[in-house]
Write a protein that binds this ligand. Structure first.
Ligand code: C5P
Length: 283
């Protein structure tokens, strides 16, 4: 069987505080993109992982492997599966590529192994694998709270065009959160305003409320991110923001074709470019 593992961006991300478990309490609106990895599952005696399109570990360090392993242990399943990931989502980018793969593996193996698990159970297992996995299991547009485990679906947005621009390095999410803790006067974006805009399908309201508590932290480590934001804004983006803990910056455009034209104008800079659009998975 073959499944898509879709990237996400954060339209708004507010860090509300630290939790006793060391994680951070979040209020974020996540949005699925059409950009995706592919996950293929075939029969095998053990869990085997093969990765194409990127150099990645294929053992327990890989979230997709871990997801399969945790699921198998949880239900006491004795068989295996050969999982092939075809990577297109950039790595360590703030786009939840690893979590998307893990979510697709959980959903895929639930079917492939005939486990009959409900989505709530899968989300609980997903949360143990990674904070973004519960959202990736649902996809679409959602308010995500807690550490990432509380996912509340929101109405889908129109398929706005998206240009992703990623500088030639990744960042460690854990390091960004650590640095956030040392920040004196962190930004708290307007989550309520974003929710209102999303709920009323107000694209103008969405683009004016883009905001991310982590952006200034990653930007302080990598000033290139600020330059990339300016380049995307000058190329005509309706709004521009760093996604998650970064370093990828996204620009929102009216549609796919205006996003493509903008990407063509800024090609050749010191960043990778991907053109995609907002995606609402079929119900
Ligand atoms: O859950 P995940 O392994 O994806 O998180 C990576 C790191 O990001 C964690 O080790 C933690 O340092 C940080 N994190 C956090 N609060 C969250 C999500 C992630 O502090 N809500």
């Amino acid at each position: 069987m073959l499944a898509g593992a879709y990237a996400k961006i954060n339209l708004v991300l507010d860090v509300l505080g630290t939790r006793p478990d060391g994680y951070h309490e979040l209020a974020t609106v996540m949005q699925t993109l059409e950009l995706h990895d592919s996950v293929e599952i075939k029969e095998a005696r053990e869990i085997e992982l093969v990765v194409e399109g990127a150099v990645l570990p294929t053992g327990p360090c890989n979230l997709a492997f871990r997801a399969a392993d945790v699921l198998r242990r949880r239900v006491g399943y004795t068989g295996g599966a050969r999982i092939k990931l075809v990577k297109r989502i950039p790595l360590a980018a703030g786009l939840a590529g690893g979590s998307a793969d893990a979510a697709a593996v959980l959903r895929g193996l639930n079917n492939f192994w005939g486990l009959g698990m409900q989505s709530g159970e899968l989300e609980e297992i997903g949360a143990a694998v990674g904070s973004d996995v519960p959202f990736c299991l649902r996809g679409g547009t959602a308010l995500v709270r807690g550490r990432g485990e509380r996912v509340e679906p929101l109405p889908g947005l129109p398929p706005l065009g998206v240009v992703l621009a990623k500088p030639p390095f990744g960042v460690s999410t854990a390091l960004v959160y650590n640095r956030y803790d040392d920040t004196k006067d962190p930004l708290h974006p307007d989550v309520q305003g974003m929710l209102q805009a999303v709920r009323s399908g107000d694209v103008n309201g969405v683009v004016t409320r883009l905001g991310n508590s982590l952006e200034a932290v990653t930007l302080a480590m990598h000033p290139e991110i600020g330059e990339i934001k300016s380049v995307l804004a000058a190329a005509g983006a309706l709004g521009v923001l760093m996604s998650g803990s970064g370093p990828t910056v996204f620009g929102l455009f009216e549609n796919l074709s205006t996003a493509r034209q903008a990407a063509d104008r800024i090609r050749g800079g010191n960043f990778g470019l991907w053109v995609t659009k907002l995606y609402t998975p079929p119900a």
